[in-house]
Design a protein around this ligand. Structure first.
Ligand code: G6Q
Length: 569
């Protein structure tokens, strides 16, 4: 976003005046959104057209394929193969207006504490704001701080890349191991894989997340400690998995080097908001890159949490990725709802989830470099919108976020697409593809794209029994070879996979998730659902260690006994 556009956008709202978290929650009374006029209109509309076939929609409007499309930040969205007509789209737009999606968007961009259960603003967009923009939190412009950290992380990344920053024994740091989990792992891991072609030969970037020791062992396999840099990425610096892995990594390092604690400062850096804990762990806070409370873990890839990525692709590549994010932010902030890509994707998703009974959503990238993208989106979407109470704590009576899943095409075609084509579930799909290949190997890319275009066509139009019979198929086989079609899909077509395209794509989904959260009246920015398991695991870990097992249900008690038997040998 240009700095002027950004400034305009945030200027009209004063910094948050809301004093307490509870007050903020009660200010967000959601009510029964199904009683709203737009919702009721959509329910009635779904009764009328919910089963209408995509064949009919296309037959009725020969220009549909070109008309139902929008473009922004280098991404072309064809949403014509959705089970909607103009009335559906108008009703969905009315729903967005009724739910004040624009007002909530502006509140987010202006730094209001829209994460009401944690009393925080939600400002991942500030992470890619231009240097001279101003975004105010508690009376302070946060943008200079963002750029200061980016510059420091960039300088550090450059020093590792050019060998001026070296390990304890003077060897260059050629192995980068990021230790983090969830938001401190999935984003950088996905992006480092997505932008692999930009990494210099000889630089190895690995990610350790699981507390399963095998993850650490496999990630360190073959690495020379003298050439290994650990990035401990943890917003809280209190996450069990990350600290356990970091401690074992420290032991591995010191043992491998035969050195004392003083070697830690040359081989460990931290990315965190918690300087105290970083220092406690033994990492010099000079080697710490900060971020802020107002960045949620799953929205933090474009902060210093992306340090491993920055080392891999260089600060210039990282800046290019931020420009892609920014282009999509600007579009989301300013485009009319009808032409706004995240709004369109969000509303279409709500149409299927709330009115046509879809329970899942498949993301199918036709690009090997996006292999980890569905896993990344699972966290982004399901941790954000997997909620069942509204902002003011009332149970919802409507569906919220779907199960998100997917794998790259064409691989998935030879596996689970069968269910999408001929199973009993309605699975709306996003197909993502790029016109130009990253590697031009002749026929490959054409074949890849042919498949990326053929699948949405097959999903939408299927093959009727008459068409199958007309091919001379044995009548007994006709039902088996018939495709009902009418499976909706979006096609997102970019020019070429690279940092800017990736940034735009991530921001597209971030904002889509936001739009849906606003529609459903839920808080997309907390994640209390991960807490209970953590607490119970702490208890059981203590019980396994000490043998003093407390009260549990009979199933858990039996399982603990079996694990302990095994442990006792
Ligand atoms: C993301 C979640 C969660 C978090 C991890 C790691 O939005 O909050 O996935 O990122 O639990 O937390 P730390 O970064 O604090 O270690």
């Amino acid at each position: 976003m240009t700095s002027r556009a950004f400034a305009r956008l945030v200027a009209f709202r004063a910094p948050p005046a809301i004093g307490t978290r509870l007050r903020a929650v009660s200010d967000n009374a959601v009510g029964d959104i199904t009683a709203g006029q737009a919702w009721r209109a959509l329910s009635a509309h779904a009764e009328r057209i919910g089963d209408r076939h995509l064949r009919e929609f296309f037959a009725a409007d020969p220009g549909r394929g070109r008309r139902l499309a929008a473009e922004a930040a280098g991404l072309y969205l064809d949403y014509s193969k959705n089970r909607v007509d103009d009335a559906t789209l108008a009703a969905l737009m009315a729903l967005a207006r009724e739910r004040d999606v624009e007002g909530r968007r502006d509140a987010m961009l202006a730094g209001e504490p829209i994460n009401v259960t944690e009393g925080r603003p939600v400002l991942h967009t500030a992470l890619r704001a231009p240097r001279d923009a101003s975004v105010t939190v508690d009376g302070e412009n946060v943008v200079p701080g963002v750029h200061a950290v980016l510059a420091a992380a960039g300088a550090y990344a450059e020093a590792v890349r050019d060998g001026s920053r070296r390990g304890h024994t003077g060897r260059p740091l050629r192995n980068i191991v990021n230790i983090g989990i969830g938001g401190s792992d999935l984003g950088p891991a996905m992006a480092a894989d997505a932008l692999l072609p930009l990494a210099p030969d000889g630089l190895r970037v690995r990610f350790v997340s699981n507390v399963d020791g095998s993850d650490l062992v496999e990630s360190l396999r073959g690495l020379d400690p003298a050439e290994t840099l650990f990035i401990v990425a943890s917003k809280s610096f209190g996450t069990l998995e990350t600290l356990t892995n970091a401690r074992s990594a420290r032991d591995w390092l010191l043992q491998g080097l035969g050195a004392g604690e003083e070697a830690v400062r040359d081989h460990f850096v931290a990315v965190s908001t918690n300087a105290e804990r970083v220092a406690e762990f033994g990492i010099d806070t000079e080697n710490m890159f900060g971020f802020w409370d107002w960045v949620g873990g799953r929205y933090s890839l474009d902060s210093a949490v992306g340090l491993a990525l920055m080392i891999a692709i260089g600060p210039a590549g990282f800046a290019e990725m931020l420009s892609g994010f920014r282009a999509m932010d600007e579009h989301f902030a300013s485009a009319p709802l009808e032409a706004n890509l995240p709004v369109l994707l969000g509303l279409l998703g709500a149409w299927y989830a709330n009115f046509l009974g879809a329970e899942s959503h498949a993301v199918l990238p036709y690009d090997r470099y996006l292999a980890r993208f569905p896993a990344y989106l699972q966290q982004l979407d399901m941790e954000s919108n997997g909620k069942s109470v509204t902002l003011d704590g009332k149970p919802v009576s409507w569906a919220t976020g779907p199960v998100v899943w997917g794998e790259p095409g064409t691989n998935g075609q030879h596996a689970f697409y069968q269910l999408i084509h001929q199973g009993t579930h309605l699975v709306p799909c996003d197909v993502i593809a790029f016109r130009e290949p990253v590697h031009d190997l002749g026929v490959h890319h054409e074949l890849l794209l042919a498949n990326a275009l053929a699948q949405p066509e097959a999903l939408a139009f299927g093959r009727t029994a008459e068409e199958v019979a007309a091919e001379g198929v044995d009548p007994a086989l006709v039902p088996h070879r018939t495709f009902a079609g009418n499976t909706p899909s979006n096609v997102i077509l970019g020019e070429r996979m690279g940092p800017a395209a990736l940034g735009a794509l991530i921001a597209l989904y971030e904002h889509k998730v936001f739009v849906q959260g606003a529609i459903w009246g839920i808080n997309s920015f907390d994640q209390w659902g991960v807490e209970l398991g953590k607490v119970l695991a702490d208890t059981i870990a203590e019980e396994l260690r000490t043998g003093a097992v407390g009260a549990h249900d009979s199933s858990t008690a039996e399982l603990i006994a079996r694990v302990r038997d095994r442990a006792d040998g």
